[in-house]
Design a protein around this ligand. Structure first.
Ligand SMILES: Cc1cc2nc3c(=O)[nH]c(=O)nc-3n(C[C@H](O)[C@H](O)[C@H](O)COP(=O)(O)OP(=O)(O)OC[C@H]3O[C@@H](n4cnc5c(N)ncnc54)[C@H](O)[C@@H]3O)c2cc1C
Length: 471
């Protein structure tokens, strides 16, 4: 993994694979340019137009003295991880709760689980409040578990969550646990034998459509957006101002925000090897002939010994309703997917993962899958670049030793349950309101010198939780 973490991070690549959600790209915002040249000066430059950058911009607007700001995006608007993800607003907090309680203490673990739950609710509420048409589904999700050790530890971890937050049994700690037979009947998993199922609150949406909605509101309120404008270099002047070089000129700014997720190491050397790109992959399956006509009623994850897949049925009324979006399968690639780390190449797909993901639906659903759709099983497949940190937490705050360089990045495969609240927290920090964050924002998410010393060793929380051997 050392070798993969040391691969130099690049700018986002040209001609990426085409993600379902961006097909076609939004005609109004995809190639938006406020002007042919960037301004010479701005109060704030935000780099990156994914869910993080767009919500940072939105939150800045809530402050009366937000000043003039400019957003730069290397490719089309929202064409990074957000525009190519599964759109699963699903926390699975029970899978990290025990590890977090062990390394940070129960209070901090509760804070993280609450933030994840609040983030899901906030994203859904925001989409409804501002009428963003993003194929929103709010409802339950189910984790089908195939490994006994994963199952035993999951049940124990849920017990620990319930004990730690008795006042949240109907929300953050609401889990319904089903045995093997009930799981088979209730969730159509008639293929491979599972151990049981765990159901809880979650949702799904088109993250691309959500962010396009946010970006349109930002632009309408006077925010400047420059797509197809990579920031190629950052430099701090003697006057304390930052210079951001682009192919459309140089913009000088009082402060710069990196919302560049897996690409952050390119502009800020401190994050090389500390935010490690990881390529994720998705296949979209047309529903098999025996799938319920009205579509599946929840989203799913399939958890096995050393990995998982997540699966989102496209809700009724959306484009390609009933299609099944499946992501994951990393460990099925050569050497358990090690070569997917360190790469920023989302212009190709991994053939091993593609083969594995293509075969998942009949394997999990057995006879309830049936013959493939007449047009073939796979409608589309693509890749996207995530950012992973050594301790599995995002980096939020002012970059140590770099005054007025702020960042919100490294959301692992989990941005839909982290970015909304982290963008809100970052803007509060930028406004000097850090005290207000004490009650809800985990210290573990703040960027610090200490965290930057940690060594990257791969993804966390995918193997069976180590419950019982740790205090
Ligand atoms: C295949 C896949 C499936 C996923 N599924 C899920 C899921 O179901 N649920 C979930 O919670 N999370 C999921 N994730 C993770 C989630 O998508 C991310 O955590 C989240 O989108 C991060 O948002 P962001 O805005 O921080 O980063 P991004 O969306 O990656 O945005 C960063 C932007 O910065 C731009 N940029 C970078 N460098 C520069 C530069 N130098 N100049 C200008 N612009 C630059 C990029 O082009 C990009 O648009 C998935 C990710 C992938 C790739």
């Amino acid at each position: 993994m050392d070798e993969r973490a040391a691969v130099p991070v690049t700018l986002p690549r040209q001609n990426p694979t085409i993600a379902y959600w961006q097909d076609p790209p939004d005609p109004e915002i995809a190639d938006y340019l406020s002007s042919s040249q960037v301004p010479e000066i701005a109060d704030t430059v935000i780099i990156g137009s994914g869910i993080t950058g767009s919500l940072i911009a939105w939150n800045l607007f809530q402050s009366p003295d937000h000043g003039h700001f400019t957003m730069l995006e290397a490719r089309q608007a929202c064409s990074g991880a957000t525009g190519r993800n599964g759109g699963h607003t699903k926390a699975a907090s029970y899978r990290s709760f025990h590890d977090n309680a062990h390394s940070l203490g129960t209070e901090a673990a509760v804070k993280i689980a609450r933030l994840e739950y609040d983030n899901i609710k906030a994203v859904h509420a925001f989409a409804r409040k501002y009428n963003i048409d993003c194929d929103l589904y709010s409802g339950d999700t189910v984790d089908i578990i195939y490994d006994q050790a994963q199952w035993d530890n999951s049940v124990k971890s849920i017990g620990a969550m319930r004990k730690a937050m008795p006042e949240l049994l109907d929300t953050v700690a609401r889990y319904e646990i089903w045995g093997k037979e009930e799981a088979r009947e209730k969730f159509f998993v008639r293929g491979e034998e599972c151990v049981g199922a765990i159901m809880y609150e979650a949702g799904s949406l088109s993250a691309y459509k959500f962010v396009v909605g946010v970006l349109k509101m930002v632009v309408q309120r006077g925010g400047e957006l420059y797509t197809n404008t990579p920031a190629t270099k950052l430099e701090k002047g003697e006057d304390g101002m930052w210079s951001v070089q682009t192919l459309r000129g140089v913009v000088k700014a009082k402060r710069v925000v990196l919302a560049t997720n897996g690409y952050s190491g390119f502009l800020c050397e401190k994050f090389q090897g500390k935010i490690v790109p990881l390529r994720g992959q998705i296949t979209v399956h047309r529903p098999g002939k025996n799938q319920p006509v009205s579509g599946l009623s929840t989203t799913y994850s399939f958890i096995y010994k050393n990995g998982y897949e997540y699966m989102i049925p496209r809700p009724q009324g959306s484009k390609h309703a009933g299609d099944i979006v499946i992501g994951g399968g990393l460990v099925m690639a050569k050497d358990e997917g090690v070569e997917e780390f360190g790469t920023t190449d989302d212009t190709t797909i991994n053939q091993d993962i593609s083969k594995y993901l293509t075969e998942t639906t009949p394997r999990y659903f057995g006879n309830d899958w049936g013959d493939d759709h007449a047009d073939g099983r796979i409608r589309q497949q693509w890749t996207g670049i995530m950012g992973y940190s050594p301790d599995g937490f995002p980096f939020i705050g002012e970059v140590p030793g770099e005054k007025n360089l702020w960042m919100a990045a490294s959301f692992q495969g989990h941005g839909m349950v982290l970015c909304f609240m982290c963008a809100r927290a970052l803007v509060a920090m930028m406004g000097g309101e850090e005290e207000a964050l004490e009650s809800w924002f985990p210290d573990a998410f703040k960027v610090s010198e200490e965290r930057l010393k940690k060594k990257f060793a791969g993804r966390l929380h995918t193997k069976p939780l180590d419950i019982g051997t740790k205090p």
